[in-house]
Write a protein that binds this ligand. Structure first.
Ligand SMILES: *[C@@H]1O[C@H](CO)[C@@H](O)[C@H](O)[C@H]1NC(C)=O
Length: 496
């Protein structure tokens, strides 16, 4: 691991390059002031647009209707509910669990900053956990996906009209999936904390299920990307292995249960984090940096010196994403946006910014700073970096547009999202078939249904954005872009 392997350009003193760039970054327009609370409300409302199953009477996003009411029936189980991951109509269990974990973390750390939106955020978690409880109802089995992604992606259909294959995929003892099972355990454990005082019985149910799911994940080891390769790859293939999800699951179970055996598991398996150069990543595939920040909270806010190595890792991660330092894993666009290779860049922006903000809070509590070679990073600096990313999303960028649909006056109008881009069932009650939807996909017109709060994949590395449906990497929203953003917006709405 290259914790201190910074490379600086030429022979300019490193600290001067660093400070000059940081100075520019932080001076860049501190905007007309954003309405973070409005953005928070919208970021949570987005999850209602992604709901699958029977919609409840208090559904606020009204152009959506019930969908996929027979999911699971082909194998004799009820798998209705849950979330569509993005602009398609598949229920992918792996990113759904990650989304639920991050929404829970947002509430655990920043729920007290949410004001009246807290109850909506809790409902968004419960829509995920109610489904995950169904998916894990049978011991040693997890239903990890509903819908054949090839069949779905071949059509441009509203979820309400779906007639594509709703194939059900599961893992079990003979077809293990420690990646998706570990993440599911993490989601259930994290959510059990959210519900601890709100609904103690539900919280206990979640925690007990998390314990059982983790045991299954740990005992029957393997990658769901091998067991279910043709179904889950290349969509949510776990490229970086399942060891990180096991450690992540244990970390959340430790936090939720305080049981000593999880603590011992975490200490014993820290070695997982020393393997390779992916330690500074965080997303639905790779949990490394998230584990380090989460476990460091116990070091900084408690007295868990046995977890000290996680804090050193978290410090190294913070240093690795500071702007002005040339490093292989993160770049900044000319307009100041974090940029990483691969699709849907905004998922990295929101998840890394969440870690910056969360760590900043833990450091402040402990009155600590992050040592970074010749310089250091204060909690206030980490927080400003996170805020700069949020402000970029909301409109402080070269195109002067918001990347959150329905926020501000300029925002993406042609998002890659089936339900948003096809006429609603109220406007057009007749069925629109698989290929009949293509003309809406190809149309240059704005989407008829505003998916309020959706944050899209965002601009490319030159800050350019096409606002065009076929450019899915730029114009598709996902649940795991929004989940950490909910926590960020909550904090900045209370500390603008
Ligand atoms: C970014 O997008 C713009 C406009 O679509 C395009 O001209 C440019 O080549 C893209 N740059 C990269 C590096 O992809």
């Amino acid at each position: 691991m290259a914790r201190n392997a910074f490379s600086f350009p030429g022979n300019v003193p490193a600290f001067r390059v660093f400070h000059a760039l940081l100075f520019l970054l932080l001076l860049s327009p501190i905007s007309a002031g954003h309405d973070y609370h409005d953005a928070l409300r919208k970021s949570i409302l987005f999850f209602e647009g992604q709901r699958s199953g029977k919609l409840p009477p208090d559904q606020r996003l009204r152009w959506r209707r019930d969908s996929a009411l027979h999911d699971g029936a082909s194998v004799g189980v009820d798998l209705t509910g849950g979330y569509y991951d993005a602009g398609d109509n598949i229920k992918f269990g792996f990113p759904m669990a990650f989304t639920t974990t991050l929404l829970s973390w947002s509430i655990i750390d920043f729920g007290r900053n949410m004001g009246p939106e807290l109850s909506n955020a809790v409902k968004a978690v419960k829509w995920g956990t109610d489904y995950l409880l169904k998916a894990t109802a049978v011991p040693n089995v997890i239903f990890v996906q509903v819908g054949d992604a090839y069949s779905d992606h071949n059509c441009w259909e509203r979820p309400e009209d779906m007639d594509t294959l709703r194939t059900v995929y599961k893992i079990d003892k003979n077809h293990p999936g420690s990646d998706v099972a570990g993440e599911t355990a993490a989601a259930l454990a994290a959510a059990s904390i959210v519900f601890r005082s709100r609904d103690p019985a539900y919280s206990r149910l979640l925690l007990n299920r998390a314990v059982r799911v983790f045991e299954f994940a740990d005992r029957y080891r393997g990658a769901y990307s091998s067991s279910l390769r043709s179904a889950v790859c290349p969509f949510y293939c776990d490229v970086n292995g399942y060891q990180d999800e096991l450690l992540w699951g244990a970390a959340w179970l430790h936090k939720a249960s305080r049981r000593r055996d999880y603590r011992e598991y975490i200490v014993k398996n820290e070695v997982v984090l020393r393997a390779g150069d992916t330690i500074n990543e965080f997303g639905w595939d790779n949990k490394h940096a998230g584990i380090n920040v989460l476990v460091s909270k116990e070091v900084l806010m408690g007295k868990a010196e046995y977890f000290e190595s996680f804090k050193r890792n978290a410090d190294g991660f913070m240093c690795s994403i500071l702007p002005g330092i040339s490093h292989p894993q993160v770049q900044y666009s000319p307009g100041g946006l974090i940029f990483k290779a691969g699709g849907s860049n905004m998922q990295h922006v929101t998840s890394l910014s969440f870690l910056l903000l969360a760590y900043s809070k833990y450091l402040s509590h402990a009155r600590k700073i992050v040592p970074c070679g010749e310089t250091s990073a204060s909690p206030a600096l980490l927080k400003r970096l996170a805020q700069r990313q949020v402000d970029y999303i909301l409109g402080d960028n070269p195109l002067r547009m918001s990347y959150m649909v329905g926020y501000g006056t300029r925002y993406p109008r042609r998002i890659h999202h089936r339900g948003s881009s096809l006429p609603s069932t109220q406007a057009h009650p007749a069925h629109i078939g698989c290929k009949a939807g293509s003309r809406y996909f190809l149309s240059p017109n704005p989407n008829p249904n505003v998916l309020v709060g959706a944050v899209v994949g965002g601009p490319n590395v030159t800050d350019a954005f096409p606002d065009s449906r076929p450019y899915f990497q730029e114009s598709e929203p996902t649940t795991y872009i929004n989940a950490p953003l909910v926590g960020l917006l909550a904090y900045f709405s209370a500390h603008p």
